[in-house]
Write a protein that binds this ligand. Structure first.
Ligand code: PEP
Ligand code: MN
Length: 344
């Protein structure tokens, strides 16, 4: 529920509404706006009687949020959320922010070579997993702490910001020491203890859609982050499980405009996992930008044939550079442009 105050509401009247919310056992989230202040009510699991607030001094109107997710909904906040990153980079502010790098950090040479290559091509954030969620326990599990150190080194050398995955609640703080954005992977979208830990972190979170998750479930997972106080959430469409083995996943482009309608959060697209096939990544990256994606997450490896994970969907640096050229053109067509590097 949102309690919208009158233009002329005094700080005391706003405090009165907050006190009433707390008296009823809920939490208040005051949101000062340009025109008027709204006070959000959270913590309810069902409809709250508007009559509790309608007659309080200074109240203009009561809006019931109809979706099961509250704070991430458009009803709650009609303005787009803009994620602010170090060096003036933003996600969700109208630019297309490109994150690229290997699936996994494999060695110093590999991550530095990739970082330089993707930066030269125009990416502004380096991706790469140090902790990897692998389907088989016998597959490469990532370099762990060493991988994080290598990412920190790549950041220092190139100025690229870092997005990397936290696999479990215990790992969030460690990852947050190096990451500018903490990634929560598809397999972990409904790992509620991880979501709660990331919700307490002081870093933006990239939340990937689960393998078989509906958009409502994705937004409810984002709500977990909000409920713990982290409002810096970037959603990511990375494909969902389908019945056709022609591609690794079904890349759900429709999710982009659907999420934009339902939520104020930015959504980026990952056509690498979305398709699983190198030659499908660039066409679907173009399509995602045309559909309104706020950014891209692309797997790039200097030698994809030797990659320890996801080589089949990784672009080589030359292919990535071509992707960037094409994406710049598509972005312009819809009145956007590809984000310039951070000033770090
Ligand atoms: C990844 O980004 O390398 C990854 C593991 O992605 P997902 O969680 O979407 O499978
Ligand atoms: Mn991968």
């Amino acid at each position: 529920m949102l309690i919208v105050m009158q233009h002329s509401a005094t700080p005391e009247e706003i405090r009165g509404v907050i006190a009433r919310i707390e008296e009823l056992g809920y939490q208040a989230r005051p949101m000062p706006g340009k025109q008027r202040t709204a006070v959000g009510l959270v913590g309810n699991d069902g409809k709250v009687d508007a009559g509790c607030f309608a007659a309080l001094p200074g109240v203009f109107e009561i809006i019931h949020v109809t979706q099961p997710y509250k704070q991430v909904s458009r009803e709650w906040s009609p303005e787009n959320t803009v994620i602010r990153l170090p060096g003036g980079l933003t996600i969700g502010g109208g630019e297309v922010t490109v994150m690229a790098g290997p699936c996994s950090v494999e060695s110093e040479e590999q991550i530095l070579e990739t970082a330089h290559a993707v930066r030269d091509a125009g990416a502004v954030i380096l991706r790469g997993g140090a902790f990897k969620p692998r389907t088989s326990p016998y597959s490469f599990q990532g370099l762990g702490r060493k991988g994080l150190q290598l990412l920190a080194k790549a950041r220092e050398e190139t100025g690229l910001l870092i997005v990397t995955e936290a696999l479990d609640a215990e790992g969030v703080d460690l990852v947050a020491e190096v990451a500018d954005i903490i990634q929560i992977g598809a397999r972990n979208m409904q790992n509620y203890s991880l979501l709660k830990a990331a919700g307490r972190a002081q870093k933006p979170v990239l939340l990937k859609r689960g393998l078989a998750a509906t958009i409502t479930e994705l937004l409810l997972s984002a709500e977990y982050l909000f409920a713990e106080g982290n409002h810096q959430v970037i959603l990511c469409e990375r494909g969902i499980r389908g019945f056709d083995p022609a591609t690794r996943n079904v890349f759900d482009l429709t999710a982009i405009p659907v999420v934009h309608k339902l939520s104020h959060l930015p959504i980026v697209a990952d056509p690498s996992h979305g398709t699983g096939l190198r030659d499908k990544v660039t066409p679907m990256a173009r399509a995602a930008i045309a559909a309104g994606a706020d950014g891209l997450l692309i797997e790039v490896h200097p030698h994809p044939e030797r990659a320890l994970s996801d080589g089949a969907q990784s672009l080589d640096p030359e292919q990535f550079s071509e992707l960037m050229k094409q994406c710049r053109v598509i972005a312009e067509v819809i009145g956007r442009h590809v984000a310039a590097p951070a000033e770090v």
